[in-house]
Design a protein around this ligand. Structure first.
Ligand code: AMP
Ligand code: FE
Ligand code: FE
Ligand code: ZN
Length: 285
């Protein structure tokens, strides 16, 4: 059976594999298809696509947009993101700017806490690509925290001492813009850090009205109960099912391509189903 991975990060966001390297990693893992879904950018897609092609891997260009509602933060994956879509590029440029400002503020807050850290400590990462997992890794390497969990609990998480909020679009804005651009909007890891079936269903209904096409039921951090609940929701609201590891290379070393934390096995039929839904809408695949 061919296995796939529809949620992966490269150095264009907070992954540690460059886009070409990522395609080779996927090849080594024996997968037949992959999607690149960097946070708030599509910039790695072209290089990754070329490398994927050279390695005989079916490549789906994508991105993962960070959004916020009154219920918290929600990540929306766009699969089959188009090239040169003005509105999508504008939204991503705005979020990039917000990330840059947020990163500068968080590094300043860390310095004010007596930690010697600056942009220069991330020579291989542009400030607009820097993510909190990079900073967590740095704090771990310097022995300032004992593990990544402590980095988020103490400094980088929502209640952390160095946290700074980042302006984000609403989930509905991201979903409708992705849908309008011809991409397939998927709600990424709905149960990443909470399991609330009632809230989840209410949000699925809301997101579906904005044009949501699918739910990422299979994800490294989903419990079997969460996955089952999400599969039922997808069925109930006639949404597609998606799945991915959320591979970040060395920034999340417990996650492996395709198998996540050893709990995933994503068959190619997931991708085939997404493709037939797109075809029935006349969208390119
Ligand atoms: P950013 O986009 O820079 O705000 O960072 C988001 C990334 O940080 C995502 O990949 C999350 O998985 C990760 N993240 C957020 N909160 C936590 C946490 N409490 N523990 C571990 N990773 C987290
Ligand atoms: Fe990330
Ligand atoms: Fe995410
Ligand atoms: Zn992700």
């Amino acid at each position: 059976m061919n296995l796939i991975d529809l949620h992966m990060h490269s150095t264009f966001s907070d992954g540690t594999d460059g886009p070409e390297e990522l395609a080779r990693t996927v090849k080594k893992a024996g997968l037949s298809a992959m999607a690149l879904t960097d946070h708030d950018t599509t910039s790695g897609n072209e290089a990754c696509m070329l490398a994927a092609k050279a390695n005989d891997i079916n490549f789906i260009p994508g991105c993962e947009i960070s959004t916020k509602s009154e219920y918290g933060s929600h990540h929306i994956l766009g699969l089959w993101t188009p090239e040169n879509n003005r509105e999508l590029e504008l939204l991503l440029a705005k979020t990039k700017q917000a990330r840059t400002e947020r990163n500068k503020l968080m590094l300043e807050k860390l310095r004010n806490l007596g930690i010697d850290i600056s942009e220069k400590d991330f020579p291989n990462v542009e400030i607009d690509h820097l993510g909190r997992p990079h900073i967590a890794n740095y704090l771990l390497q310097k022995g300032i925290v004992a593990n990544r969990l402590e980095a988020f609990d103490k400094y980088l998480g929502k209640n952390g001492l160095a946290f700074a909020p980042k302006h984000s679009p609403t989930p509905e804005e991201a979903i409708s813009l992705l849908a309008k651009s011809g991409a397939t909007p998927i709600w990424a890891h709905p149960c990443l850090d909470k399991f609330d079936p009632a809230e989840c269903e209410m949000l699925v209904r809301r997101f579906a009205k904005a044009g949501l096409a699918g739910i990422e039921a299979y994800h490294s951090k989903h419990s079997p109960e969460a996955t089952e609940m999400l599969l039922k929701l997808a069925h109930k609201y006639d949404l597609a099912i998606s799945g991915g590891s959320d591979y970040h290379g060395k920034n999340k070393p417990e996650i492996f391509p395709g198998i996540g934390e050893n709990n995933l096995s994503l068959p190619e039929s997931i991708l085939q189903n997404l493709i037939s839904r797109r075809k029935s809408q006349g969208l390119p695949c």
